[in-house]
Design a protein around this ligand. Sequence first.
Ligand SMILES: Cc1cc2nc3c(=O)[nH]c(=O)nc-3n(C[C@H](O)[C@H](O)[C@H](O)COP(=O)(O)OP(=O)(O)OC[C@H]3O[C@@H](n4cnc5c(N)ncnc54)[C@H](O)[C@@H]3O)c2cc1C
Length: 328
Amino acid sequence: MTPPRVAIIGAGLAGLTLARFLTETGFPVKVFDKGRGPAGRMSTRREDGGGTFDHGAQYFTARDPGFQRMVGTWVEQGLVAEWRGRFGSLEHGTVTPQTEGPVRYVGVPGMNAVARRLASGVDLRSGVRVEHVRREADAWALTSESGEALGTFEVVVAAVPAPQAVPLLSGAPELAARAAGVRMEPCWAVMASFDAPVALPLDGVFLHGSPLSWAARDSSKPGRPPGERWVLHASPEFTREHLEEAPEAVAPLLLEAFARAAGVEVRPREARAHRWRYARAEPALTEGALFDERTGLGACGDWCAGSRVEGAFVSAVAVSRRIALMAR
Ligand SMILES: Cc1cc2nc3c(=O)[nH]c(=O)nc-3n(C[C@H](O)[C@H](O)[C@H](O)COP(=O)(O)OP(=O)(O)OC[C@H]3O[C@@H](n4cnc5c(N)ncnc54)[C@H](O)[C@@H]3O)c2cc1C
């Protein structure tokens, strides 16, 4: 039997993991992503001076045995390393160092390293937003937002955040309704470079009672270029309240919140804000993946399995098994 042609919409960790598994087992696979490059929420931004920022996912943990094995391989390949930073919490100026915690992994030299490697072995078209997935005879026809016909496929998987999956799943209304029920919290992120170290005895900080929920000395991660660079993440409450404001207006508010919370001077050389409209599912689904075997339409992503990097991987594995069974 000829294996079905598969289209994957989204080149984040879920979409690329799925693409690699299916490509390696002989499926013809095409991946589409609206971004300039792969990685989605595991992206890394490069600043003019050569520094980098992981402005989305900060680190990841591995509890699932399959993911632990995968992470072990990435470590061997030099794509991932443990971030042995100083972690702790900060509440109204009081620093509490964390003495125990999980092993925290990061991509090397940036969080996007794994996605870049995965993408190198798949047929990926970047810079194209898929707008429609329509039934045509026995297949799904994909069209871009500019009206370009992107091809027909027997299997289509939307590996995008839940709200973006809803219109792509219109051919499977039950799955579209499941996706529509998943709320995803937004997150404002600030990327700031400094000429001198920020006087805080931590590298990864969980903040409480502040407009910020997290701050990281990004330059303390393994394999990063020299310098002093921080990433600040706003709380969901702050982000919702300031969702439609300009990045230039949001950055100073969060830098000031950081200075206040840490009780230190915060004078960056440069700072930019980035809005993640769909950062994390609250809460995520637990079924692993959504897939309709009768029509070959489905979805995967962190929001199907735990709202984290690990969940994106686990979800891709779950949908790949269902596609393999369908094609038998
Ligand atoms: C600010 C922030 C902090 C985070 N911190 C952590 C953390 O510390 N630890 C952790 O484990 N996780 C963290 N996460 C979550 C983690 O980043 C995600 O769980 C994971 O990256 C999701 O991968 P994914 O493949 O499911 O989705 P994504 O990475 O979102 O990939 C989806 C892709 O689909 C593309 N796309 C969307 N719609 C279309 C369309 N119509 N056509 C074409 N392409 C489309 C997008 O461009 C994107 O590349 C964080 C996320 C954010 C935003």
